[in-house]
Design a protein around this ligand. Structure first.
Ligand SMILES: [Zn+2]
Length: 318
């Protein structure tokens, strides 16, 4: 009987740390969630990560081949150095990979969370059939990962794939990265909700009724529900997101000549309402030779994509 391989994945987020033991076929065998305590500083976060890993490894009879960590912020070098993750006060620069390796004496691989998501799709998901693709994660942040010849393309310092900070408008909205007019400043969930609430003041929409009733918060899911009921305002918003993401991605495709696109993250839940204008815009704005080859797919890993992507790093690297 062939032995099943396992790895441990850590999905480090601003509010929670999700940890799981995952088989090489992508099944989560054991999982737990802890609070991040990001506000208490990097030491506290590291303690939480260690605590969670110790806890999940206790009484675990599945030998793991290594630990993969998906982290916000830029991740450089083999030491797994994490730079300034957004929403982690006082973090600056920390060799997270080495710290965890010292504690658990196993292989540890750290990647930026968007890159980990791209690797997750490569190992377990929608990227399995592709040699090359660009993955974009539309969540609170807008992250990107580039896979070329079945390998993650990281650039010279490991920071490649920051698709969220492609400039899609001149003199546009100020983005938290310091730039203006970034794709993330229009499609990142917090920015998007802010734009939508502002516009709702002067527009008729089911969303006004639902939100004003006090029973609902304005979320991408609520916008999708309104769109499903044919709400023109909601449909217009999603169409615009599709146009913006498609415009940004067309620049990426033109530069890289990679025509397979995988879309993940909460905003991808807009489904067909998003994918149709996105694909149309993409086709209209790429070079003619690439047009017919454009293939846009939703990410396959939905819930637990973070844990699976992180654990996938181990299978990918080993
Ligand atoms: Zn930006």
């Amino acid at each position: 009987m062939t032995k099943i391989r396992y790895s441990l994945g850590v999905d480090l987020g601003g509010t929670s740390i999700k940890i799981g033991i995952v088989s090489e076929s992508g099944k989560i065998k054991k999982r737990l969630t802890l609070e991040t305590h990001a506000e208490a500083g990097p030491e506290a976060v590291v303690q939480q990560i260690k605590k969670g890993i110790h806890k999940i490894l206790k009484n675990n009879d599945r030998p793991i081949e290594g630990i993969g960590i998906g982290s916000p912020g830029l991740v450089t070098s083999k030491k797994g150095i994490v730079h300034n993750p957004p929403n982690f006060p006082g973090w600056d620069v920390l060799p997270l990979g080495n710290i965890i390796k010292k504690e658990f004496k196993t292989n540890v691989f750290v990647e930026n969370d968007a890159n980990a998501a791209a690797v997750g799709e490569l190992i377990f998901g929608a990227g399995q059939g592709f040699d090359d693709y660009v993955m974009i994660t539309l969540g609170t942040g807008v992250g990107g990962g580039i896979v070329f010849n079945k390998k993650l393309f990281k650039g010279s310092t490991g920071a490649a794939g920051e698709i969220g900070h492609l400039k899609i408008k001149s003199d546009g909205i100020k983005c938290k990265c310091g730039g203006t007019g970034c794709l993330e400043a229009y499609t990142g969930i917090n920015y998007l909700i802010k734009i939508v609430s502002e516009r709702l003041k002067n527009n008729q929409s089911l969303l006004n009724e639902w939100v004003n009733s006090g029973e609902h918060n304005l979320t991408p899911k609520l916008i999708h529900e309104a769109a499903l009921k044919g709400d023109e305002f909601a449909l217009g918003i999603i169409n615009e997101v599709g146009f913006n993401v498609g415009s940004g991605l067309s620049s990426v495709v033109n530069v890289l000549d990679i025509t397979n696109i995988i879309i993940g993250g909460g905003v991808a839940g807009f489904g067909k309402f998003l994918f149709d204008p996105l694909t149309k815009t993409l086709r209209e704005n790429v070079m003619a030779t690439m047009r017919e080859r454009i293939c846009v797919k939703p990410a396959k890993l939905k819930n637990n994509a973070g844990i699976k992507g992180a654990s996938g790093l181990v299978f990918y690297k080993m």
